[in-house]
Each structure stands twice: as C-alpha cells, then as structure tokens.
Design a protein around this ligand. Structure first.
Ligand SMILES: [Zn+2]
Length: 56
C-alpha cells in the first residue's frame, strides 16, 4: 500500500477531506478503502478506515 493519509470513515457519504468533492473507490480492503477525489484539480488520494466498534 502506498503511503497515504488515513482518515476514519464517518456516517455521511465519503467526501474529499481537502475540497469536499465526491470520491471514487480505487481499492477495497477488509477494513479500509483507498479513495481518490473526483476533482481533477485536487486529485487527492487517501485511505478510509472503517471504525469497527463491534470488535472481533
Ligand atoms: Zn479533493
């Protein structure tokens, strides 16, 4: 995995942490997703981690 910033997922739909635009999922992992901002000016990529309070 690349060295990307990690953000925790919230209840609202995922938006770019920098510009607030919508994002697309590039990669899907067990407890996280790699997202990319759909704004071509921003193009920010980040990791979205799911808050698993259920425990395992
Ligand atoms: Zn953005």
């Amino acid at each position: 995995m690349e060295d990307l910033e990690i953000f925790l997922s919230s209840e609202q739909p995922t938006a770019c942490p920098k510009c607030g635009n919508r994002t697309e999922i590039i990669d899907d992992f067990d407890s996280s997703q790699e997202h990319k901002c759909l704004s071509e000016e921003c193009n920010f990529q980040f990791i979205l981690e799911f808050d698993s309070e259920d425990g395992i």
